[in-house]
Design a protein around this ligand. Structure first.
Ligand code: FMN
Length: 214
């Protein structure tokens, strides 16, 4: 198999720093990344990181205009391994659920679903309305992975950049690339519980602790 080819899309939700970290992690793994940034994605990127879309060029193979429907990414005939939308706005999630988005980002996501390729939508919205939840279900039923940007508190993050890095690592692992430094329960994180210190346990939770220690 040749080099992996992945589409990363940045939409206009908060959390652009996670996308930048995803691009670094994919570059370290020699992945050929095709980047799409929506209009509001570019604005939130600049607001939250101070970076312009063109500043991301060194991290990626190609930046595609979100208006260019003649891009290779608009066709299922162009081989792509996976796509991540980081962060994914509620608007973009809804547009993908409908399958009618007029942008390249929406079309590329639609292509991933129809070709049964991996699509990871790192949704960033809270609270969620019934409309958001229905859209998340529609995308999930179509084969997409809705992976909200949620911190990994059990990894005991010490800084915002730890949290950002954990979120980015999770997304990169969902795309199918191993991130050794990412928290893996039972490998580099876990509970230190010894039987004598443990509170009285029901039989089933005692079995769980036993499994954890073995
Ligand atoms: C600074 C800023 C932060 C935003 N944060 C979010 C967010 O976290 N989630 C969300 O769904 N929309 C958020 N929005 C609104 C979206 O940008 C807006 O819905 C836009 O139409 C999304 O377009 P896009 O999906 O094509 O990028 C934010 C907008 C701005 C300006």
């Amino acid at each position: 198999m040749g080099m992996a080819r992945v589409i990363v899309a940045i939409s206009g939700a908060s959390g652009a720093a996670v996308a930048v970290d995803v691009l670094h992690l994919l570059k370290e793994r020699a992945v050929e990344v095709h980047l799409i940034v929506s209009h509001w994605g570019a604005i939130t990127l600049e607001h939250e990181t101070g970076m312009r879309t063109r500043d991301l060029q060194p991290l990626v193979h190609t930046i595609h205009s979100n208006k260019n429907m003649a891009s290779a990414l608009a066709s299922g005939s162009y081989p792509v391994d996976a796509m991540a939308i980081v962060p994914c706005s509620a608007r973009t999630l809804g547009a993908i659920a409908q399958g009618t988005d007029p942008s390249l980002l929406g079309r590329a996501a639609d292509v991933c679903l129809k070709e049964r390729r991996k699509l990871v939508c790192a949704l960033r919205e809270t609270p969620l309305s019934a409309i958001h939840l229905a859209n998340a279900l529609a995308v999930t039923n179509a084969g997409g992975i809705v992976a909200p940007l949620v911190p990994t508190f059990y990894a005991n993050p010490h800084s915002v950049s730890d949290i950002v890095h954990d979120m980015a690592s999770r997304i990169v692992e969902s795309l199918g690339f191993r991130v050794e430094s990412s928290p893996h329960w039972g490998e580099n994180t876990g509970l230190e519980i010894h039987r004598s210190d443990a509170p009285a346990l029901s039989e089933s939770s005692s079995d769980n602790i036993h499994a954890l220690n073995n």
